[in-house]
Design a protein around this ligand. Structure first.
Ligand SMILES: [Zn+2]
Length: 429
């Protein structure tokens, strides 16, 4: 669609994350935020699942490398995909990050690992031959950096202290997302509403075959393969003013806008806040759907900062640094957009469904240990086995230079299917 090029043109402020973090650590000595979190849920169909894990470590055994993960999985047509994703997605993501990275490189590797982990989860679940599908919204909080990956229509919002409410996910509902409708149609799917007698069309836009309202999900082997598990990923960094994340399934968002959800629980501790958001949604709409809400507070270690109405003064130093950097073009591979609103820095944002765009051209990352692994499933590849994510054909190691990540045959087949290059995976017995 040419949109990628455009995005590149628009992503003006390019700063390597590593440089950003190391400079800032020198300047600011920012301590980690204190984390407080809570979850509340009201079930109707029993297909919402969640994950809260605050004891993860980048380097096992080293508590100073700890990070937290939160996730919501809103299943449909059964709960198997939601349960499988809750139990495996995080491990598959972490398994796609090369070992031995420092915090800055680890955070840089995370967006790509999230793509690999989501696709692997989908592939592994589908291989079990079970029907059902799920949305997946996974949120990784490491220090002041928040990385969100999402397929489907669960949502994560950020209420940054002094910075207002922003949405960190996009809606993969066909009804709301014209770009996704175009992608699905181009990959061979049909988009339309159900119709009753007399041709009256009812309900939201759906994708056929299958009749799913979502354009991306995990599982769903009985719909077209253009319903892909490739997540939209966004990475932001909060100032040390802190902020609140609200992660919830569509049971909340069908009833409440992001602003109202944030406003309804401001000033309350996380656990109470999550319960209040659920209550507010039920008050508005009744219990029509599974309704799950996680609230995560990132609180400055020095809590007096939180009572400051706007960004702390010393932040300006940091901002000046960003603006100075703005004029110099960085050749870094991942686009690092800094919206420089002063409270939240946008470090990374990408939503393309194309694996060749999402797995990038990085030619070092996959080669860390001198052997080759599939960029999606991490299976070992024999030297002549890998297929470049950028090529459509078998890749000969001897005659062609190293070209980006490689896929195993299975994952390459899956990539082609997702891009509409093989007939729909729906098998008719
Ligand atoms: Zn593979």
């Amino acid at each position: 669609m040419g949109s990628r090029e455009e995005r590149h043109r628009h992503s003006h402020d390019l700063v390597p994350l590593a440089a950003l973090i190391s400079r800032e650590l020198k300047m600011e000595k920012m301590e980690k935020p204190t984390m407080r979190y809570g979850c509340a849920a009201q079930s109707r169909k029993g297909e919402d699942y969640f994950l809260m894990k605050t004891d993860c470590q980048r380097v096992p055994g080293n508590p100073s490398t700890s990070f937290s993960v939160f996730g919501i999985f809103d299943g449909h047509n059964g709960n198997a995909a939601a349960i499988f994703s809750r139990d495996h997605l995080l491990n598959y993501v972490l398994g796609a990050i090369p070992p031995g990275l420092g915090q800055d490189e680890w955070l840089q590797a995370l967006p790509r690992a999230l793509v690999a982990g989501f696709v692997k989860t989908d592939k592994e679940f589908q291989s079990k031959g079970k029907t059902s599908g799920t949305t997946a919204t996974l949120v990784v909080v490491d220090g002041w950096t928040v990385t969100v990956a999402s397929v489907g229509d669960s949502r994560c919002i950020l209420d940054a202290h002094g910075g207002g409410v922003s949405v960190l996910t996009v809606d993969h509902r066909l009804e709301e997302n014209a770009e996704e409708r175009a992608r699905v149609t181009e990959s061979g799917g049909e988009v339309g509403r159900l119709s009753i007698f007399g041709g009256t069309e009812i309900g939201p836009l759906r994708c056929w075959p299958g009749g799913l309202c979502l354009s991306r999900s995990i599982g769903d082997m009985d719909v077209g393969e253009f319903i892909v598990p490739v997540p939209y990923v966004k990475q932001v960094k909060l100032s040390n003013g802190g902020g609140r994340l609200i992660i919830a399934s569509d049971g909340i968002w069908d009833a409440l806008s992001s602003e109202i959800a944030a406003k309804s629980c401001r000033g309350l501790p996380a656990e109470l806040a999550s319960r209040l958001v659920v209550k507010e949604a039920l008050k508005k709409r009744g219990l029509k759907d599974d309704t799950t809400c996680i609230v995560v507070d990132m609180i400055p270690p020095n809590c007096t900062v939180q009572s400051t109405p706007s960004a702390p003064k010393k932040y300006n130093k940091l901002q000046a640094l960003f603006f100075r950097k703005k004029s110099c073009k960085s050749a870094h591979k991942l686009s690092k957009k800094l919206s420089a609103v002063g409270i939240v820095e946008e470090l990374f944002e990408e939503g393309s469904a194309m694996l060749s765009e999402r797995l990038g051209n990085d030619d070092s990352n996959n080669q860390t240990c001198g052997f080759f692994v599939c960029a999606i499933c991490q299976a070992d590849l024999a030297p002549n086995e890998g297929i470049s994510v950028h090529a459509g054909s078998i890749f000969s190691m001897s005659s062609t230079p190293w070209q980006g990540p490689f896929l195993c045959t299975d994952c390459h087949d899956k990539k082609n299917a997702m891009e509409g290059k093989r007939p729909s995976g729906v098998t008719v017995a």
